[in-house]
Design a protein around this ligand. Structure first.
Ligand code: SF4
Ligand code: SF4
Length: 292
């Protein structure tokens, strides 16, 4: 396949068809009595396959963690590729106001809309990944969604515990879309109540600038020693000034399916997200109250 850059393979073209899918797809709907979108308009960014940040992720997370080149070569063993031939296309799907308000009113377990965005909302995110890959392939651009790869798995990272071979939030961070909070959520210009997705493509494109100096810059606790609102929101004290205790969080998540099935009749893995709503970084990059 030819990957010569042309107008059709531009950031505008990519952002256009991704946004149109999110805005226009009938799959982006809660399926309630009245039509209601699950996801607001997405934010889209790009990073290059030769960006050293991907090797840094591998260094920090573990040797099993994929660089864009590794997942591309695993998928297309017959295509020669150089690091600079690859682009990571990353998107942020923001939760709607209705979902955020509903979950912000919860004290222990997640609300119905929040649960639905983790269930059928993530199915929509899978459909979006498939759509992006299909559209690129139809336009002679080899592409793979790492999270949908049959090679995808998880392993134990010495530093971070159970970790995935690919992280959508890390791809988004590399693609200029946000930095991490103390709860491990990604704080984006549209806030932290989001889901993310990505595709690796054999396509040369300029990277989206990263308007931050470090990976935690948008978090008020990291930048100014203030806030800690997510600490207050967590029902099981899994967040502290020291960060996110994955084990405590997972213990709580394991209890949620029973509640979700009983209350909403939805069968799914655990979810919570109380720390992502009703906090300073819920819907945007928070500003330091003392500088207001
Ligand atoms: S709520 Fe405050 S402390 Fe927690 S991640 Fe957001 S900005 Fe950081
Ligand atoms: S998702 Fe985890 S860290 Fe966040 S509020 Fe729920 S239990 Fe706490």
């Amino acid at each position: 396949m030819n990957n010569t850059p042309n107008e059709k393979h531009s950031a505008q073209w990519l952002s256009g068809f991704i946004t149109n899918f999110v805005v226009g797809s009938p799959l982006n709907d809660f399926g309630l009595a009245e039509k209601e979108k699950m996801w607001d308009i997405p934010l889209i960014g790009f990073s290059r396959g030769d960006d050293p940040i991907y090797r840094e992720f591998k260094h920090h997370i573990g040797s099993f963690y994929w660089t864009p080149q590794e997942i591309f070569e695993l998928t297309f063993s017959d295509i020669e590729v150089d690091l600079h031939d690859l682009t990571v296309i990353s998107w942020i799907l923001p939760q709607t106001r209705a979902t955020k308000d509903e979950n912000a009113a919860q004290k222990v377990y997640p609300s119905r809309r929040w649960v639905m965005t983790r269930d059928s909302g993530e199915k929509f995110n899978v459909a979006l990944r498939e759509y992006v890959v299909d559209t690129l392939m139809q336009n002679q651009v080899p592409a793979v969604a790492p999270m949908l790869s049959p090679h995808w798995s998880r392993q134990t990272s010495q530093r971070y515990g159970f970790a995935s071979f690919w992280s959508e939030r890390h791809a988004a961070h590399a693609s200029g879309l946000g930095t991490f909070g103390i709860c491990d959520g990604l704080i984006t210009p549209l806030g932290k109540a989001i889901r993310a997705g990505s595709v690796v493509a054999k396509l040369q494109m300029p990277a989206t600038p990263r308007p931050y100096q470090n990976h935690q810059e948008y978090c008020l606790y990291h930048s100014h020693g203030t806030c800690l609102e997510c600490v207050e929101r967590c029902p099981v004290k899994a967040i502290s000034a020291d960060g996110h205790d994955k084990e405590l969080c997972n213990n709580h998540l394991r209890k949620t399916p029973k509640h979700i099935l009983k209350k909403y009749e939805i069968e799914m893995d655990g979810c919570c997200g109380l720390c992502q709503v009703g906090v300073a970084c819920e819907s945007g990059i928070p500003s330091n109250p003392s500088s207001a």
